[in-house]
Every structure is written in structure tokens, then in C-alpha cells.
Design a protein. Structure first.
Length: 288
């Protein structure tokens, strides 16, 4: 191509000469760095949670007990104690829950009879006091009451024979399972029902009587009694018999031990087993 032809570029042309060889690749621009995570402000969720815990600890410790809170705590304790006692006393009477209506009525009648006997005894003592205060011959009245009191004390002490209405109780123990504590329960139940004189086999029962288990039987005040056990009891039969037959009472307890119990009302019972009068070694009457 000639220099004078259109499009020919001479050495004086303003265009830069083209480099020979393959074209060079331009480097890719570097990725911009990710911005660093900004720290959470102090009043963010973490700081709020930490502050809440601190507030909770600060509110609970040290404990602050006011007088009103202390009073309420004491009242709640007394109320809980009362409820516990009430529940316990209710459980103690659970044995009567399964009793029949007739048995419950009989128990109530027995309690009424005991209350009536105590009222009669109170009235009798008040009458004696009134007689002593109003009697024209107070010395004679005092002697009469002294003799009567001596007779009553002699019966209670077992130094005097006694007779009157009552019941007889016969306990057949073929298996030998009846223990001394069961017979003692019978004695205590009879006393609570108003028994005035009690005799077991040939031994007089008094206030200081004790029962213990022995070989082949039971010992009463150290005296061995053998089966069958026979009780002679003076008192009101209408009070004595129901006291032994209450639900869960003496008769049912003995029958659980395969014993046979027979209770018989009698118009006349003779308690003639006597105990020797004990003379005190040191005590003397203050009137001597």
C-alpha cells in the first residue's frame, strides 16, 4: 500500500502503534472488604438481660422481712399446725367410720350414761356438804359419813366383800393366744363404765393391780390364773355390757384371737375375794 492512499498511516500519524502479540488481560478489580460488625450498644438485649438478673438478685438478697410478712408467716404456721392436729384427730376416729348406725347410737348412749353418772356423783357430794353445813348434830352426821366412807373405801381397796347387780364375763382361750394386756384392757374398760368391784378368777382387782404374762396363763398381782378367765363385776349392767361390745372393743379384740367371750347380766354378783389390809410402816393419821 502506498503512503498517499486513504487509510494509510505513516510514521507521523497520531495513533499509537499497536503492540504485537496476543492482547494482555486486565486484572479484575478486588472485592471491597465487608464492613466489620459494629458492637452492640450497651443498652442492647444482652445488657438488658444482665441487668434483669442483677435486679432479681438484688431484690432477693439480702432478704428484707417486714413486720407484716413476719406476722403472716406466724399465722400461716399456726393455721397449718391446727390443720395437722385436726387431720390426726380425724384419723384417730377412723375406726368408727365403718361402724353401723346402731353401734354409733349405742356408743352415744354409753357416753350419755357416763356423763349422767358423773353428774350424779357431783350432786351426791354437794348434798353431803350441804348436810354437814346444815345438820343440827354435825358431829353425828360426820361420824355417819365417816363410817359410810370407810365401807366404800374398803370395797375399793378389796378389804371388804361386796354384793350387787352386775355382769359375769367368761373368756374361753383354747388356743392360748390371750395376753395379759388384753385382759388389762377389759379391766380398764369396765372401770371406765362404772364398775365398783372386780374379781378375776380368785384375785380381787384394785387400783394398783397389775397383769403380766406367765407360763400357761396370766399373772394378776403375781398370782397365776388359768384358763378360762372369769370376771365378776359389780355395777350397772346396762352400762357394763355395752362397754365391752362396742365396735373395736374388748370382745372383738378377743374374738380376733380365736377366743370365745360370754357376757351375762346378773341381778346379784358376789365379789368375795379379799386382799389383806396393809398397815403402813411410817404414815400415821394426823389426828393422833
Amino acid at each position: 500500500m502506498r503512503d498517499d492512499e486513504p487509510g494509510a498511516q505513516g510514521p507521523d500519524s497520531g495513533d499509537a502503534p499497536r503492540p504485537s502479540g496476543p492482547p494482555r488481560r486486565q486484572p479484575l478489580p478486588e472485592a471491597a472488604p465487608e464492613p466489620a460488625a459494629e458492637p452492640l450498644p450497651e443498652d442492647g438485649p444482652a445488657a438488658a438481660e444482665l441487668t434483669g438478673r442483677q435486679r432479681l438478685v438484688k431484690g432477693l438478697w439480702p432478704p428484707r422481712v417486714t413486720r407484716a410478712q413476719l406476722t403472716v408467716a406466724v399465722l400461716l404456721f399456726v393455721l397449718g399446725l391446727g390443720l395437722a392436729i385436726q387431720v390426726r384427730s380425724t384419723n384417730d376416729t377412723g375406726a368408727l367410720r365403718g361402724a353401723r348406725q346402731d353401734d354409733l347410737v349405742r356408743i352415744l348412749d354409753e357416753l350419755d350414761d357416763r356423763t349422767e353418772r358423773l353428774e350424779d356423783e357431783k350432786q351426791r357430794l354437794e348434798d353431803q356438804r350441804t348436810e354437814l353445813e346444815n345438820s343440827s348434830d354435825q358431829a353425828e352426821e360426820a361420824r355417819r359419813q365417816t363410817v359410810e366412807k370407810e365401807r366404800q373405801l374398803g370395797i375399793l381397796a378389796g378389804n371388804v366383800a361386796a354384793t350387787g347387780p352386775g355382769i359375769t364375763v367368761t373368756v374361753q382361750d383354747a388356743a392360748g393366744a390371750v395376753r395379759a394386756d388384753m385382759l388389762l384392757d377389759a379391766v380398764q374398760e369396765l372401770r371406765a363404765a362404772g364398775a365398783e368391784a372386780i374379781q378375776v378368777n380368785d384375785v380381787r382387782v384394785v387400783a394398783g393391780t397389775y397383769l403380766s404374762d406367765g407360763s400357761g396363763g396370766v399373772n394378776v398381782d403375781g398370782n397365776k390364773i388359768t384358763r378360762p378367765y372369769r370376771f365378776k363385776v359389780i355395777g350397772n349392767p346396762q352400762d357394763l355390757e355395752p362397754a365391752l361390745n362396742i365396735p373395736g372393743g374388748v370382745v372383738q379384740t378377743l374374738e380376733k384371737e380365736q377366743a370365745t367371750v360370754v357376757v351375762t347380766r346378773e341381778e346379784k354378783i358376789v365379789v368375795d375375794a379379799l386382799r389383806p389390809a396393809e398397815q403402813p410402816d411410817y404414815a400415821r393419821s394426823s389426828n393422833e
